[in-house]
Ligand binder design. Structure first.
Ligand SMILES: Cc1cc2nc3c(=O)[nH]c(=O)nc-3n(C[C@H](O)[C@H](O)[C@H](O)COP(=O)(O)OP(=O)(O)OC[C@H]3O[C@@H](n4cnc5c(N)ncnc54)[C@H](O)[C@@H]3O)c2cc1C
Ligand SMILES: *[C@@H]1O[C@H](CO)[C@@H](O)[C@H](O)[C@H]1NC(C)=O
Ligand SMILES: *[C@@H]1O[C@H](CO)[C@@H](O)[C@H](O)[C@H]1NC(C)=O
Ligand SMILES: *[C@@H]1O[C@H](CO)[C@@H](O)[C@H](O)[C@H]1NC(C)=O
Ligand SMILES: *[C@@H]1O[C@H](CO)[C@@H](O)[C@H](O)[C@H]1NC(C)=O
Ligand SMILES: *[C@@H]1O[C@H](CO)[C@@H](O)[C@H](O)[C@H]1NC(C)=O
Length: 505
């Protein structure tokens, strides 16, 4: 066991300003009146950053969740600044008497549904100050604090797709070493030599099942500028896009420098669906042969250019500060299934347009290839727990979502999104094209991604959880996210989310 704790640096943000009396009164009945014994104990343990609902810092951190749906009101937010702070957090939250009846959640901030990474009735552990990124001397390993702004905390333990996926494998496959604080307050490392079972289980097994992750040491590689950007098309070109994408999916194994995301998006500004695609060539080649099938389709607009990774990612600023509802499924690379999914999406959008009393909403029906080369990389790099290596053919993943403005709109939009998602699944199944694999990072609370990894992988995760958290404290005291103890209970998340959403179907 290493004792490398990383130096505790003074945090970047100082001198929190507090709001005036009027807004304190507004906030008080909601959250401050609750039992703050545990929060005081966290302060007493020497943690300098404990935010209460009466501060602007608390409000700022709450507002920083991508999806408004995820913004809950914990008793307090604790912000560790280094690994030894996280040990103090764990010792206080999990072992101390003051917190014996207090639940908690660990946050990055991108999961769209309430309760994944934040809690109403407890304490939120906000990793936002643990964000240092360093490169080792010869630039072979990058060490990344799990609270770094890019949302790595949950992203990495849910798989992690990127423009480099076909070249490098999932983000999680590129973790050489995880640093984690266990329920017992121990700092453990997981890599090919040390705790290899934990190393494998963390690669897709949802971090919050095992402990609090503090650092990811990743294999680094050199990358220059990319060619790419987005292009828009009239939805009347759907059939051409589907035909080209089916070919594309089967070609990724031979053209690994590319990435191609195809989206049917409803834009309130156009009051219509347009096709938006994100093309990327990670080697910086303009219109490489791999994109041939798309080049001839007439574009309305495009931003295609040579740019940095950061510049290209910036274009993906989708739906921020809305209430986001997501649904994901995986289907065979079959044009008939694909076409039907796009038709169901059109029906869903038409229905929302006709019945929503707030025109300010947007949708995406986003498809991404999952060719077999992805799991080939995974296996070569030590193996992950997602079970994709069982698939011997190329498939396609769907993310269907809607972003709305109010809680009322969210309640109204949830059932139809789920209904059309189930229609899509049923149609795919009727053609033998429903793939039993659910991408954790895109799944809504009622889906069960861990179960979709297969019984053998579920059992591996269970074994590792028992080893590092024998009493299952993270299963009960940190109820958010997809829990191994909830697998097969009808929802990977569980009763808390059922209550939050009123078990909305
Ligand atoms: C705008 C946007 C773009 C996205 N783009 C991509 C993309 O390109 N590729 C992709 O794969 N996904 C993408 N996603 C999905 C994203 O990967 C998931 O929402 C993911 O779960 C976000 O994780 P997070 O790091 O923000 O953590 P959170 O959403 O805060 O947490 C997710 C889960 O991980 C747990 N967790 C977080 N940090 C820790 C920690 N340090 N230790 C233990 N448990 C922890 C939480 O408790 C929670 O259960 C995107 C999402 C959005 C909103
Ligand atoms: C905010 O609430 C905490 C906890 O109750 C309290 O200790 C602190 O003094 C309050 N701050 C202000 C400015 O009211
Ligand atoms: C909160 O956010 C506002 C707006 O971004 C900023 O001006 C303010 O300094 C922040 N306050 C704290 C305490 O972080
Ligand atoms: C607050 O919680 C602590 C620990 O669970 C308990 O001892 C204490 O009595 C509670 N205080 C109130 C006012 O409920
Ligand atoms: C870089 O350093 C690591 C250890 O820090 C070593 O294993 C690796 O061989 C080095 N690579 C090169 C190209 O020097
Ligand atoms: C798409 O093409 C149709 C005609 O085929 C046209 O009426 C419509 O305005 C076009 N939509 C966009 C967004 O350009």
């Amino acid at each position: 066991m290493h004792t490398d704790e990383g130096g505790c640096q003074p945090s970047q943000t100082r001198g929190y300003t507090h709001r005036g009396a009027v807004s304190i009164l507004l906030v008080l009945p909601v959250a401050l009146a609750r039992n703050s014994t545990c929060c005081e104990a966290l302060r007493g343990a020497g943690l300098a950053h404990v935010l209460y609902p009466n501060s602007t810092a608390y409000e700022n951190r709450t507002e920083s969740y991508w999806s408004v749906s995820a913004q809950l009101t914990p008793y307090c937010i604790v912000q560790p600044t280094c690994t030894s702070d996280v040990v103090k957090v764990v010792n206080t939250l999990l072992k101390g008497a003051a917190c014996s009846s207090t639940k908690f959640a660990v946050r990055g901030g991108h999961t769209t549904w309430a309760g994944a990474a934040k809690i109403d009735d407890g304490v939120t552990v906000d990793m936002g100050f643990i964000k240092t990124v360093t490169l080792d001397k010869n630039a072979s390993t990058a060490s990344i604090g799990t609270g770094a702004f890019v949302g790595v905390g949950g992203f990495m333990t849910g798989g992690g797709n990127s423009f480099f996926l076909a070249r490098q494998g999932f983000a999680c496959d590129n973790v050489k070493n995880f640093e984690m604080v266990t329920a017992n307050g121990d700092i453990v490392h997981a890599n090919a030599d040390e705790n290899p079972d934990l190393w494998q289980a963390l690669k897709g097994g949802a971090g919050a099942n095992f402990g609090i992750l503090t650092r990811y040491d990743m294999y680094a590689f050199r990358a220059g500028n990319l060619w790419g950007g987005t292009a828009t098309y009239n939805k009347s070109t759907s059939a051409e896009h589907i035909a080209a994408y089916v070919k594309w999916t089967d070609n990724v194994n031979k053209y690994t420098a590319g990435s191609n995301i195809l989206i049917w998006t409803y834009l309130p500004s156009l009051v219509d669906i347009v096709i938006l695609t994100a093309y990327e060539d990670t080697e910086g080649n303009e219109w490489p042969a791999g994109f041939e099938g798309f080049k001839a389709i007439p574009r309305i607009t495009d931003t295609l250019r040579i740019d940095s990774h950061k510049g290209l990612i910036a274009e993906f600023e989708i739906g921020y500060r809305y209430r986001d509802i997501w649904f994901t499924m995986t289907f065979a690379n079959d044009p008939e299934v694909y076409t039907k999914i796009v038709e169901f999406n059109q029906a869903f959008v038409d229905e929302r347009k006709a019945s929503s009393d707030d025109p300010d909403f947007g949708t995406q029906c986003m498809t991404q290839s999952i060719p077999t080369i992805f799991s080939k990389h995974s296996v070569e790099k030590g193996g992950n727990i997602m079970g994709l290596d069982k698939l011997d053919h190329n498939v396609v993943m769907l993310l269907s979502n809607i972003a709305v403005k109010t809680a009322e709109q969210e309640a109204v939009a949830r059932p139809p999104l789920r209904y059309y998602g189930e229609k899509m699944q049923d149609f795919a199944a009727s053609k033998g094209g429903l793939i039993d694999w659910v991408y954790l990072n895109y799944a809504d609370w009622y889906q069960d991604p861990l179960a979709s990894y297969g019984a053998d992988n579920v059992e591996k995760i269970r074994t590792v959880v028992r080893k590092f958290d024998p009493q299952g404290i993270f299963q009960t005291k940190a109820p958010g996210g997809f829990k191994i103890s909830k697998v097969g209970t009808g929802s990977g998340a569980g009763v808390e989310e059922r209550a939050l959403y009123g078990d909305v179907m």
